[in-house]
Design a protein. Structure first.
Length: 389
């Protein structure tokens, strides 16, 4: 009992790893009734997840838009444009790289979709839990309400939005995140029982290696661009930001890294006033590393499932993802939880495909955070240069 309690108190990543290992090991020995029982739980969780997605959008994005909008001025607009542009560029770069590299890495696995392979059995029963809002409706409503809160001086509505945000935080941290490893356990139990687990694992190992290379490349182009603008050695600038990278790598938290990012940005010559505004704001809106990981994972799963991967579709996905990820900071699971909406609404991902996304994302969560916050230092350099001229 004590050992189970210790496992429950671990971070999300160790619990997901344990769930994957147990799912693979037990999938080799269990019988059909047990697999069907686990599939029944997974079906219920998937319905619950779909029900929550619009509520997550309303709860998190409304308050985020309201809080950002309170910071008026040209400096805000400049920072938002640069951060948003870099996040979108990261997604487009990842999409292009993925279309060139992923088909050869995935190989014959593309011929049979993961979900089809992973579902030879059916649950004992199903319960439908329809969401109370469509995803796009929830997104438009959140933006409209958030802008009204930001510029309409509506303290009661602002207080309600913050309280609803707290409700969503508690549902995610108290219910969704604790149950997530069980859901992932069920997926790997199922695909192991069906005999396809090693094929799936080999594919995702290759994808993770590409993501690691991409995240280094993104940091290089951010600081090369910043170096050209401020007429400084980009590699020296990047080297100065490494303490922020290391802090984020260890903490997996943009918020916890803000003091270090501030200090290192000032060491790079950014004024205290600019750094004090840009770094905390970019911790909320600049998500180049997270964008890269989510786009890469979404693209490979779409290829495996035989789903559309055309440029127009993924451009729509990248643009929407860039917007909804402003809700990511402070949320357990961060960007990937915010990404559930465009994954479902734009790419048509179901519950199991979303769970695979979450699994891969969590395995590399700290690398995305480190890429995000280190890039904040590059943006601070550019904003400070423009501000002084």
């Amino acid at each position: 009992m004590e050992s189970i309690k210790r496992i429950w108190q671990m971070g999300l990543l160790p619990r997901v790893v344990i769930a994957i290992v147990l799912g693979i090991l037990l999938g080799l020995v269990v019988n059909e009734p047990i697999v069907r029982a686990v599939l029944t739980f997974n079906g219920l969780f998937s319905q619950f997840l779909g029900f929550l997605v619009p509520l997550i959008i309303v709860g998190l994005i409304t308050s985020a838009i309201g809080e950002i909008g309170n910071q008026a001025g040209k400096l805000l607009l400049l920072t938002v444009v640069i951060a948003f542009g870099d996040t979108v560029l990261s997604g487009l770069l990842t999409y292009t790289t993925g279309m060139l590299c992923f088909p050869s890495l995935i190989g014959h696995a593309i011929e049979a979709g993961v979900s089809e392979q992973a579902n030879p059995l059916v649950p004992y029963f199903k319960i439908q839990i329809p969401p109370i809002l469509d995803v796009m409706t929830a997104l438009v409503f959140s933006f409209s309400l958030g802008i009204c809160i930001a510029y309409g001086k509506l303290p009661t509505l602002r207080s309600m939005a913050l309280e609803f945000k707290e409700v969503i935080h508690r549902i995610i941290s108290g219910l969704l995140v604790p149950l997530l490893p069980l859901y992932i356990f069920g997926i790997f139990l199922n695909i192991t029982y069906a005999g396809y687990v090693w094929q799936a694992m080999s594919v995702f190992v290759n994808i993770i290696l590409i993501i690691l290379v991409l995240h280094i490349f993104i940091l290089l182009y951010e600081f090369v661009a910043a170096g050209l603008i401020v007429h400084r050695n980009p590699f020296r600038l990047l080297w100065t930001m490494l303490p922020a990278y290391a802090t984020a790598l260890g903490s997996s938290s943009s918020a916890a890294t803000i003091p270090v990012t501030l200090k290192q940005s000032q060491k790079n010559g950014v004024s205290e006033e600019t750094a004090g505004f840009v770094v905390p704001l970019c911790a909320t809106i600049h998500m180049s590393g997270s964008m890269m990981k989510i786009t890469a994972c979404a693209l490979v799963i779409s290829m495996l499932e035989g789903m559309p991967t055309d440029f127009g579709l993924f451009l729509q996905f990248i643009l929407m993802l860039s917007v909804v990820m402003i809700a990511a900071p402070g949320v357990p699971g961060g960007a990937i939880m915010a990404a559930l909406a465009p994954l479902a609404n734009v790419l048509g991902f179901n519950g199991e495909q979303q769970a695979l996304m979450i699994t891969i994302y969590i395995a590399m969560d700290s690398f995305g955070t480190a890429c995000n916050v280190t890039g904040d230092g590059a943006i601070a350099l550019v904003v400070d240069k423009i501000r002084k001229h």
